[in-house]
Design a protein around this ligand. Structure first.
Ligand code: DP6
Length: 379
């Protein structure tokens, strides 16, 4: 007999960034962070977990990622397996009639609906789906918040992908990490008008991984202290208020300032780390031009550990925000015609800015705030 369960999990893009570990082994952060979960219609991982006493034991646990065998021997993946098995074993000990799934080898099959080459945060959706799928298979009574503790150990940002909508990862203070977990600040339905336009600036693999980049920042940046003691706590507070009040101007300012602060600590790392490039900076200039032309803040940029721009805006401002980019980059795949009706308005951009975007953006993704993991029958 083969036991099986499937789930999807979403991508999330932080508006207050996680950057720095206080305990690399347990993957505990130096600061809290907050993200928007993006729609799974556009970006998601689908993972099926199965186990069987008939699976050859020597093979052990395995993972097929987008059709390719993937290494599961890493400490982080092993930590996730261990935590999930221990919880299942406890259920089996309490109820001997349950099948002993905890003793069987696990097989995971995982697929993204977007190209890995796009350089989008796939580890967040990947580990969230991994943990959720095994929890479903084991029929664990664990809440998303409890599962976020486990996913955090796979990849920090993954703990936020266990929820939809607007999600905080509370840094916690317990040495064992038991209070370093995610919670939902607001469901997607609280502010469903939130949209995201992603300008994919590079298909190349990123230079410095976030894991090693943040370690270097913690070890060498002086600016980083200011960020974790003052900047981020203030940004978390302002961001939660902005979301509660659906105040886009406040949301946008904190988003842009926090991205700038994060990339400033990267530049202050010694030797410096640069994730943004000329195309990224052109995207910032374009967002500023769009906001200036609108006479109010209608768009906010943010950048993770790579050059892609994520631009948040509200549905009612689609024409003002997307119009400019569509005018410039309309030839690229990914534009959603129906949401672009009336989006013909275009802000004139500086020639150099326009040229950089035209030459440097290879793909666009139009998406928006979305739901958390969904249990599915699709194997
Ligand atoms: C810049 O979650 O990829 O995207 O915990 O080492 O796996 P690890 O790091 P990861 O870092 C994400 C960093 C970021 C900001 C964020 O998502 O909050």
């Amino acid at each position: 007999k083969v036991y099986r369960a499937s789930t999807t999990a979403p991508v999330n893009i932080a508006v207050v960034k996680y950057w720095g570990k206080r305990d690399p082994k347990l993957n505990l952060p130096t600061n809290s962070s907050l993200s928007v979960t993006l729609s799974q219609a556009d970006l998601r991982t689908l993972t099926t977990a199965s186990c069987s006493a008939a699976y050859p034991a020597p093979e052990g646990d395995s993972l097929l990622l987008n059709g390719e065998p993937s290494d599961v021997s890493g400490a982080r993946t092993q930590a996730c397996f261990r935590e999930l098995r221990a919880r299942r074993a406890a259920l089996e000990a309490a109820d001997p009639s349950l099948p002993k799934l905890s003793t069987m080898p696990l097989r995971l099959v995982s697929e993204n609906n977007f190209p890995t080459a796009a350089g989008l945060a796939s580890s967040a959706a990947g580990f969230a789906a991994f943990v959720r799928a095994i929890a479903n298979l084991y029929e664990l009574p664990a809440s998303p918040s409890e599962l976020s503790l486990i996913a955090r150990q796979g990849s920090g940002s993954a703990c936020r992908s266990l929820f939809g909508g607007y999600v905080a990862w509370r840094m916690g203070s317990a040495p064992d990490g038991s209070d370093s977990r995610a919670d939902q600040v607001a469901p997607a339905s609280h502010w469903p008008e939130m949209r995201a336009l992603i300008l994919v600036a590079s298909a190349a693999k990123k230079g410095v991984s976030s894991t090693s980049g943040m370690q270097q920042t913690v070890a060498t940046s002086g600016l980083f202290r200011e960020r974790i003691t003052t900047v981020v706590p203030e940004n978390m507070d302002k961001m939660e208020k902005a979301i509660a009040a659906r105040d886009f101007a406040a949301f946008a300012e904190v988003t842009m300032r926090d991205s700038n602060s994060f990339h400033a600590t990267c530049a202050d790392t010694y030797p410096p780390i640069f994730y943004m490039n000329d195309v990224s900076r052109a995207a910032i200039r374009a967002v500023e031009a769009v906001n200036a032309a609108a006479g109010r803040t209608v768009a906010a940029y943010t950048f993770d550990a790579g050059p892609n721009a994520v631009i948040y805006y509200l549905e009612q401002d689609t024409a003002a925000v997307v119009g400019t980019f569509y005018h410039l980059l309309g030839g690229l795949d990914g534009w959603k015609a129906d949401s672009l009706k009336g989006a013909q308005s275009a802000v004139a951009l500086d020639e150099a800015v326009a040229g950089l975007l035209q030459n440097g953006v290879s793909r666009i993704i139009m998406t928006g705030v979305g739901e958390g993991p969904i249990k599915t029958d699709e194997y």
